[in-house]
Ligand binder design. Structure first.
Ligand code: ADP
Ligand code: MG
Length: 620
């Protein structure tokens, strides 16, 4: 053929410099683009005749000495006309509007998603000084064509010496991007973007020796790294669920997420209608109780990696899961505005939520024991999801469990049924079972279940549960040390000088208006308790949770003196003196200590006073 020269398109003059200037982050996306094109070329061949595509593969060669990266496929190839049409007359319109939008975004606030925006074949010019395409179409009588360009704008087309069907893209990597001549760097990028692509991909490093001493001895042969594909062309999620074993799921999880620990359970998504959606969502084990749980949801489109953790597709609360989702109709190049305005994206998202809820409620109904076993690990996501997503909450509302201090797992209804006679429309809970042990016992000794709500999310969750029960229901959560009505209301304190004790406590605490109640408690061993108003305390807990303790409200608490306690009775009988004040101060501090650590100054005083009491005891 006669050499043809030309310019790619009018727009390219404007676009190419912008591509180079703006898309500095995630340049590695070019690898995804050329390799997905190579896979597409094989798929096209397969559509012509599936037998032709058998054994087809993509080969990537890193040639450091020549400063060249090659991507070679044996797909359909292109005729001269096809190169003209597909490469030279590119429709940059989509890219153009994207880039305009991106250029406006001064803060690069969207860079997470922007980085994943590919520009198709032309993205290679982000890293290459020169690019050639050598291609031979599968069509009979086709002539091999070589296309060459240095800047993605001006090109030449000549005859190529290629003799086999397919396409070779040769990238002359520019000096600034020489990382892409490093075998392991390229390997890493392939792992990220191409690990599930549908045809085998081989990566090979071309060594100097390969050229110089080729064919000499076995040594060189074993050095070749191209024997096994770097990808899994048939990842587990594309298989039918009935063909996958538990071990398959676990192995896939370990491999894809580099995890050593097995997941708790998983959901295999496999939908054809109304949209194509495949994937596996894993529920990981909680690593540490209060630590953050970091999930990862990888999004693919037709086995090509698109991005991690796209919150428009995966409901935010499910970001705590790990998994892969493949939406075949999802474009590779996603822009924020597409994600936000697309009904398709919203439908995917709500479908995923529904599937997760179905799995959980199904387990609750048919495998209650297993569900209870998972609960300690999964409850944070479920609670979070319930608070974030109304539909999810509606589906899950009867499957929420409350673990009691005695290890029972009860739904709200079950709790009410078991305790309703002793508690009026209430659930008693502890936020710290060890510290609040004394108060917990006041309830458990009377056969009342105490729910353990120790996770950070529970601070919000109790309020949510009350709110969602509706104002008319008057249902309340009540911390064990927030209210003793249910324990004390029946009996009045007799034969004890309440007035005297009230004065003593007020003086010891240094608060004239302190509310003091003298009541008989079930447990004699507790002399004194601090009761903090549930709402005020919750407000302050919330503030602390969000690091805004400067807005805290003054703690509203009252003191309950146990009329059954021997110590209290002794104090009531005694004339008020230094010693009874000293002991009362100690009791107040002990009660406070069982709620929270003492402040430094109080702690020092507490220790000093304890010494004094020890000395007093030693003298007796
Ligand atoms: P897209 O893949 O979205 O169509 P690209 O810019 O990635 O856009 O590629 C443009 C076109 O160039 C492709 O649609 C295809 O027709 C052609 N092409 C690119 N690479 C190859 C290849 N390796 N083999 C055959 N055709 C190719
Ligand atoms: Mg492409």
């Amino acid at each position: 053929m006669n050499p043809i020269q030309g310019n790619v398109s009018i727009d390219a003059q404007n676009i190419m410099p912008i591509i180079k200037k703006w898309l500095y982050s995630d340049k590695d996306i070019f690898i995804r683009e050329v390799i997905s094109n190579a896979c597409d070329a094989i798929t096209k061949l397969r559509m012509v005749d599936y037998r032709l595509a058998e054994g087809c593969s993509v080969r990537v060669e890193v040639d450091k000495a020549a400063k060249v990266l090659r991507v070679i496929d044996d797909g359909v190839g292109m005729t001269q006309e096809e190169v003209e049409k597909n490469i030279n007359q590119v429709a940059f319109s989509g890219a153009k509007s994207f880039l305009e939008e991106y250029a406006k975004d001064e803060d690069k606030e969207n860079s997470g998603i922007i980085g994943h925006f590919g520009l198709g074949f032309y993205s290679v010019f982000m890293i290459a000084d020169k690019v050639t395409i050598d291609t031979l179409s599968f069509r009979e009588g086709a002539q091999a064509v070589r296309w060459e360009s240095e800047d993605g704008m001006a090109f030449t087309m000549t005859a190529s010496d290629r003799t086999t069907r397919g396409t070779t893209i040769t990238l002359y990597v520019n000096d600034a991007e020489e990382e892409f001549l490093n075998y392991w760097r390229v390997h890493e990028v392939l792992d990220r973007y191409c690990s599930f692509m549908a045809y085998p991909i081989y990566l090979k490093e071309i060594k100097d020796e390969d050229v110089k001493v080729s064919g000499e001895g076995e040594e060189e042969q074993t050095e070749e790294k191209a024997e096994t594909p770097i990808n899994d062309a048939a990842p587990l999620y594309v298989k039918a669920p009935q063909d996958c074993t538990d071990e398959d799921y676990k192995a896939f999880y370990r491999k894809v997420f580099h995890e050593y620990e097995d997941p708790l359970f998983w959901i295999h998504l496999n939908v054809d209608y109304p949209f194509k959606l495949k994937g596996i969502l894993y529920f990981p084990k909680l690593k540490e109780q209060f630590g953050g749980i970091e999930g990862q949801i990888k999004l693919y489109s037709g086995q090509v990696f698109v991005a991690d953790n796209i919150k428009e597709v995966i409901p935010e609360f499910l970001m705590l899961l790990k998994g892969v989702i493949d939406c075949a109709d999802f474009p590779l190049n996603v822009s924020r505005s597409f994600l936000q305005n697309d009904g398709y994206v919203r439908r995917i998202s709500s479908h995923i939520t529904k599937k997760v809820a179905d799995k959980l409620t199904g387990m609750f109904k048919t495998e209650r024991e297993a569900y209870e076993g998972f609960w300690p690990d999964i409850h944070p996501f479920i609670k979070y999801g319930v608070m974030r997503d109304e539909k999810f909450a509606e589906r899950m509302k009867d499957c929420l469990l409350f673990k009691t201090t005695e290890g029972k797992m009860l739904t709200l209804e079950e709790y009410k049924r078991a305790n309703g006679e002793k508690l009026e429309n209430k659930m008693v809970y502890t936020s710290d079972a060890a510290r609040q042990d004394a108060a917990i016992r006041l309830f458990t000794e009377r056969g009342i279940d105490v729910a353990v709500m120790e996770h950070a999310i529970d601070v919000n969750f109790v309020s949510y549960m009350e709110y969602s029960a509706g104002a008319e229901s008057k249902f309340r959560f009540c911390r064990v040390d927030a209210e003793l009505d249910s324990l004390t209301s029946d009996e009045a304190a007799e034969n004890i000088d309440s007035e005297m004790l009230t004065g003593l406590i007020r003086e010891a605490a240094g608060k004239d208006d302190l509310e003091v109640n003298v009541k008989p408690l079930a447990n004699e061993a507790i002399p004194l308790m601090l009761i903090e108003d549930e709402q005020t305390r919750r407000f302050n807990d919330m503030g602390r949770l969000y690091g805004r303790s400067e807005f805290s409200m003054p703690a509203k608490y009252s003191v309950v003196l146990n009329a059954r306690s021997k110590t209290i009775r002794k104090l009531a009988e005694r004339e008020k003196d230094e010693r009874s004040l000293l002991l009362t101060r100690q009791l107040v501090d002990l009660a406070e200590l069982s709620r929270q650590p003492l402040e430094a100054e109080k702690m020092t005083e507490f220790i000093r006073r304890s010494m004094e009491i020890v000395e007093m005891a030693a003298q007796l």
